[in-house]
Design a protein around this ligand. Structure first.
Ligand SMILES: Cc1cc2nc3c(=O)[nH]c(=O)nc-3n(C[C@H](O)[C@H](O)[C@H](O)COP(=O)(O)OP(=O)(O)OC[C@H]3O[C@@H](n4cnc5c(N)ncnc54)[C@H](O)[C@@H]3O)c2cc1C
Length: 500
């Protein structure tokens, strides 16, 4: 990390005219999906927030991600955006891996039992609209070069399109600036890992003989391919030829895509016209710490992995949902700054798990000797036929199974995802739209209501369940009890919010 003095010498403390510092607010670096969700959550919670984005206004991000998993749709539902996003895309009810394994997404215990295929820019469009409406400020053409912090706050050096460098100040900053994160570099943090695939080819194509409506993945010998329908006649193909890796800058021809796909899937599905062809490489890396003092990292800035399983954007959005309410609670003065450490303890293991699972899919797909292929077939068979294994695989890929560590002796639901319970008025995920804790009381206790607590929204569940739940703003259970243990509940709320 650079020191405050060195910065003063180099650029002084100049402020760009017209830009507001946020001594009690947050600077978010990067207007990708992660930064946009975070900025919206902070602004909705009343925190002054500015998004600093290197791209010029109107220049959209390249549409890399195209799959939105069930848990992400749930967190968008808790912000009133899921139904609008779902209308922009196409629903896949299943995933087919390695020819033998089909995962039926309709088994998911969710209002969204499918994979939504929609371009990343649709997700970004909705999130940016929400963030702006909530009061987040945006500075485009603003490239963050360096990060400085002390006990009082953070200062970012920002270069404008005309080359001038000025400073922005805030109480906290979040680097959501993608896999080459300047914030991570400025913090001096390593990004250990390695390149797993040096030359993936991506093609958006028309297919004359498309596969059935599933996402199809397979690998044989040196070739690996993945096909997913956009739902509008176009298909996303990603493929890789281990024996033919080339530099990212080499041009891609449709014949190369056809050839690799044919070898991996046994057919090129009648591949015709292409609207986008590109070549990229894929790394598996994770930063060891997500927090360095007043600066935090989220999304691709914190972890990158193979696109298999389509989890990068989804994981980044869930990082943001985990961090937003905590940062808001700290910045607005109630909660202790140690609350931010739970972002590391909760999200770092999830990032590590995503690296393992997406890497595992790639390695299994690329099994290239008879023993590895036999092992893959055995695993596919086991996951396909054993319901607990299948549920686990589904939970991992879709994010529905993610849970956070709970204190020893806590109720078994603590740290788990709260399902979208029916309430006397509406659903739990609708109640979460207030961005606050939600206290869910069983109907059987409704005659003896809990004393009103201004820190939480009070609702009554109507599903017959007898567990009282305190649900965090990000939809995970903070505390649970069989019955209504008012004292415990108040202590749990105080522990999470810092407000007695
Ligand atoms: C081919 C491909 C397919 C994929 N498919 C899927 C999928 O189906 N599902 C899925 O979940 N994920 C998928 N991913 C991954 C997904 O695209 C990323 O994980 C996601 O974009 C990460 O979001 P982010 O907001 O963290 O970072 P980014 O989207 O990279 O956004 C970072 C932003 O920061 C800005 N920025 C960078 N440096 C600076 C700076 N110094 N100052 C200011 N601004 C800066 C950038 O301009 C950018 O707008 C795919 C990726 C690839 C390559």
């Amino acid at each position: 990390m650079t020191t405050e003095n060195r910065t003063e010498n180099r650029i002084g403390a100049a402020r760009r005219p017209g830009t507001a510092d946020h001594p009690a607010g947050v600077l978010v670096v990067g207007a990708g999906p992660t930064g946009l969700l975070l900025a919206g959550d902070l602004a909705a919670a009343g925190v002054p927030v500015t998004v600093l984005e290197r791209r010029a206004p109107g220049h959209a991000n390249l549409s890399r991600a195209f799959g939105v998993h069930a848990r992400t749709l749930e967190l968008l539902d808790a912000r009133g955006l899921a139904d609008e996003l779902a209308a922009t895309g196409h629903r896949l009810n299943g995933l087919r891996l390695f020819r033998r394994l089909s995962l039926d997404l309709t088994e998911l215990p969710s209002r969204f039992p499918y994979l939504l295929i929609t371009p990343q820019y649709e997700v970004e469009r909705l999130l940016e609209r929400r963030a702006r409406a909530a009061g987040a400020r945006f500075e485009h053409g603003a490239e963050v070069l360096a990060v400085h912090q002390d006990d009082e706050g953070v200062r970012l050096d920002v270069r404008a399109a005309d080359g001038t460098v000025t400073a922005r100040r805030a109480a906290y900053a979040v680097g959501a600036d993608g896999h080459r994160s300047a914030v991570r570099t400025a913090l001096g943090l390593p990004f250990p890992g390695r390149s797993v695939i040096r030359s993936i080819v991506l093609a958006d194509v028309r297919l004359a003989e498309p596969p059935p409506g599933l996402l199809t993945v397979n690998g044989t010998g040196d070739a690996f391919a993945f096909v997913a329908p956009f739902g509008d006649g176009w298909y996303r193909v990603m493929c890789w030829d281990r024996a033919g890796e080339r530099p990212d800058g080499d041009p891609v021809g449709l014949d190369e895509v056809r050839d690799i796909t044919r070898r991996a899937l046994g057919t090129d599905h009648g591949m015709g016209e292409a609207r986008w062809l590109s070549r990229f490489h894929s790394d598996e890396r994770q930063v060891p710490v997500y927090r360095a003092g007043r600066v935090l990292l989220a999304g691709d800035a914190a972890h990158v992995h193979s696109p298999a399983g389509g989890q990068g954007m989804n994981t980044g959005l869930q990082d943001a949902a985990n961090l937003g309410w905590k940062l808001a609670a700290v910045v607005r003065g109630g909660a202790s700054d140690t609350l931010l450490d739970t972002y590391q303890t909760e999200r770092h293991p999830v990032g590590a798990m995503v690296l393992r699972s997406s890497g595992g899919i790639i390695r299994l797909a690329m099994a290239h000797n008879a023993f590895q292929r036999a092992l893959r077939d055995l695993l596919s068979l086991a996951v396909g036929h054993l319901p607990p294994l299948r549920r686990r695989a589904l939970g991992a890929v879709t994010g529905i199974g993610v849970a956070y560590p709970a204190p020893r002796g806590a109720h078994p639901l603590t740290g788990r995802r709260a399902p979208d319970l029916p309430l006397r008025e509406g659903r739990l995920y609708e109640a979460l739209r207030a961005g606050r804790f939600v206290l869910v009381t069983p109907e059987s206790f409704a005659d003896t209501p809990a004393p009103a607590d201004p820190r939480a929204v009070h609702v009554t569940r109507t599903d017959g369940g007898r567990t009282t739940l305190l649900v965090r703003p990000d939809g995970y259970v903070a505390w649970a009890a069989e019955g209504s243990v008012a004292g415990d509940r108040a202590a749990a709320l105080a522990a999470w919010t810092g407000e007695a």
